[in-house]
Design a protein around this ligand. Structure first.
Ligand SMILES: [Zn+2]
Length: 237
């Protein structure tokens, strides 16, 4: 199978992959509380899955995921902290990463956040890097790339749980939630979702459908960017 991950390539493989498809990919998201049943890295893990799927389909080079965020869900009654560094440091780090990636000769960079809340900052940085290097930098969030019936925007609910059941089922444990039929305190668990009960509103098949729709749309966008077409940034629904 062809390599897509930057850190696994030898120099000749890197140059060949870049020259065949001069697009690089970066996934960003925090280590963040996602209720009791999901791993802490849901946001970067799903974003990284999406770009790896795109690269497998159309080529390019995937940079290692950036576990970093400007903001994240933190509450004193939760047993652990989520990762959040504030906007200024976040922008500096993302800018340094994108500057490094761009300096390696790519014509297009796709930056995808699996996390809401800091997309404006990512886009501000993307604009500066695009101008500095004379390249296209497209910054987006995964929920903007499939219809709201599949993924309307979710934190630890049926949508993200379904994606994780597809991407990494071993990392999901629905038995950590109260048994079906018992009340689910979504406020306490910090579940925000149009599908607020992952016990009955999630499945691997549904997650696969969402992930495949996102992959297809992102692949189309990258192809258009590489072809020099005018691609508008998705603004959401
Ligand atoms: Zn999330």
């Amino acid at each position: 199978m062809k390599k897509i991950k930057w850190e696994q390539m030898r120099p000749d493989e890197f140059v060949a992959a870049r020259d065949a498809r001069p697009v690089a990919y970066l996934a960003i998201g925090p280590l963040e509380w996602h209720s009791l049943h999901l791993p802490l890295g849901v946001d970067p893990l799903k974003a990284y899955h999406h770009i790896c799927s795109v690269a497998e389909r159309i080529g390019g080079v995937v940079y290692p995921p950036l576990y970093f965020a400007a903001d994240a869900a933190n509450r004193d009654d939760l047993p652990l902290r989520s990762e959040a560094y504030g906007g200024e440091l976040f922008e500096r780090v993302v800018e340094a990463k994108l500057d490094f990636i761009a300096s390696n000769g790519f014509k297009v960079i796709l930056v995808i956040s699996g996390h809401g809340g800091h997309l404006d900052a990512v886009r501000a940085v993307a604009g500066r890097i695009a101008e500095k290097h004379g390249i296209r930098v497209y910054a987006t969030q995964d929920e903007m790339h499939c219809g709201p019936e599949l993924y309307a925007g979710d934190h630890a609910g049926g949508e993200e749980t379904s994606m994780m059941l597809h991407i990494a089922p071993d990392l999901v444990d629905l038995s950590k939630l109260p048994p079906r039929g018992e009340p689910l305190d979504t406020a306490k668990l910090v579940i925000h979702s149009p599908k607020p009960d992952p016990r009955v509103q999630s499945s691997a098949g549904y997650g696969r459908e969402s992930c495949e729709a996102i992959t297809a749309d992102l692949a189309r966008i990258v192809e258009e960017l590489l072809a020099g077409k005018d691609v508008r940034q998705s603004g959401g629904k």
